[in-house]
Design a protein around this ligand. Structure first.
Ligand code: ATP
Ligand code: MG
Ligand code: FE
Length: 352
């Protein structure tokens, strides 16, 4: 049984998860306290406010997770905390708390990479076997990765500019929809006409499985400016047309990712897995299910609550690492930046 703590962005979360030697899982508790209302007046997450809010509620959130799981600290096999990447103030709050508990309860500490936790969630929810193709689409990241083993993640492609979630949030903002934008755009799109605007699908057809969102985002902005003042119908149609473009380009990029996966590993993936907050989007999920069928592979999508930031995924990643005999020293440092595939990140920096 592992206690997991997540504080990298605007969710304060703690969870207790078990992992049997065979890899079976059980989420005993997963308490999530969102800061959305605190940040909403600012139209985005304010790092300083986020860190303070984590400090205020984390102890209660952990106590509640332990109470719901009905366990005592002595029964835990380890304490896991997201040690990055993320907003450093929040990361420090979670990691320091985890260190204190580990020290007091004399339990091993695991410093989990937040992206690794998103990447491994499909093993928690669906027992997916290695190697699989992961589409990680969140507010801060858009990547296609070959998940080959615990700790062995190869980046096949990434966004050259905005993350998909970021594009959803920016489109929402330019249409004066409330924060956070992703779910709002999806809701509006339900009533809109997706063929009204033929927005660009950047990089579609390219062999390299990379993404680009900024041209699409700009096209939405230009159209919105041209139509201003916007009617409710305009807003719905803009959202529907934007979402349709995202759905198309994601499907195309995932097909390119599957080719790159096969080129690299000499075999197809056991599954196509989608993770990160954007994976909560119904149209995107539907389209990816079709792509997986086309690729003749299984499709795994964790429940939306496990796609967005949560403690259960941190606890699970901690349990997977502990099962491999991996643990961290109590002086492990929090990291604002922490790429899953350091080699790919380094070459991207060299290119830039
Ligand atoms: P990261 O995990 O990269 O550090 P993050 O923690 O901000 O970033 P998540 O919490 O995993 O990311 O996801 C939040 C993002 O998901 C936001 O950009 C939000 O707009 C987007 N999102 C959430 N629900 C939906 C939806 N239904 N449709 C599209 N986007 C969505
Ligand atoms: Mg978040
Ligand atoms: Fe996240």
């Amino acid at each position: 049984m592992v206690l997991g703590i997540e504080t990298t962005c605007d969710e304060t979360s703690a969870a207790v998860v078990t992992r049997s030697p065979s890899g079976a899982s059980d989420i005993r508790s997963n308490v999530i306290r969102s800061q959305v209302e605190i940040h909403s007046p600012y139209g985005g997450v304010v790092p300083e406010i986020a860190a303070r809010a984590h400090v205020e509620v984390l102890d209660h959130v952990i106590a509640e997770a332990m109470r719901q799981a009905n366990v005592d600290y002595s029964e835990l096999s380890g304490i896991a905390a997201a040690a990055g990447p993320g907003l450093i103030g929040g990361v420090i709050v979670g990691l320091t708390t985890a260190k204190a508990i580990a020290l007091a309860a004399k339990k091993p500490l695991v410093a989990v990479n937040h992206l690794e936790a998103h990447a491994l969630t499909a093993r928690l929810t669906d027992g997916v076997a290695f190697p699989y193709l992961l589409l990680l689409v969140s507010g801060g990241h858009t990547q296609l990765l070959a998940i080959e083993d615990v700790g062995k993640y190869t980046r096949l492609g990434t966004t050259l500019d905005d993350a998909v979630g970021e594009a959803f949030d920016k489109v929402a903002k330019m249409l004066s929809l409330p924060y956070p934008g992703g779910p709002q755009v999806e809701e509006q799109a339900k009533h809109g006409y997706s063929a009204r605007f033929a927005f660009p699908r950047p990089l579609m057809g390219r062999r390299e499985p990379d993404f680009s969102l900024s041209g699409l985002k700009t096209a939405v902005r230009l159209e919105a400016d041209r139509l201003a003042p916007l009617s409710d119908e305009d807003v719905a149609d803009l959202c529907a047309s934007f979402q349709a473009a995202v759905v198309d380009l994601i499907a195309d990029r995932v097909r390119a990712g599957a080719r790159a996966f096969r080129d690299r590993l000499g075999r197809g993936p056991t599954a196509l897995v989608v993770a990160g907050g954007v994976a909560a989007n119904g149209m995107i999920r539907e389209s990816l299910a079709k792509v997986a069928a086309e690729l003749n592979t299984r499709f795994a999508m964790p429940a939306p609550v496990l796609c967005t930031d949560n403690g259960a995924m941190i606890a699970w990643a901690g349990a997977e690492r502990l099962a491999r005999g991996i643990r961290d020293r109590l002086d492990v440092s929090p990291r604002a930046r922490w790429p899953l595939d350091p080699a790919a990140a380094a070459s991207a920096t060299a290119r830039a």
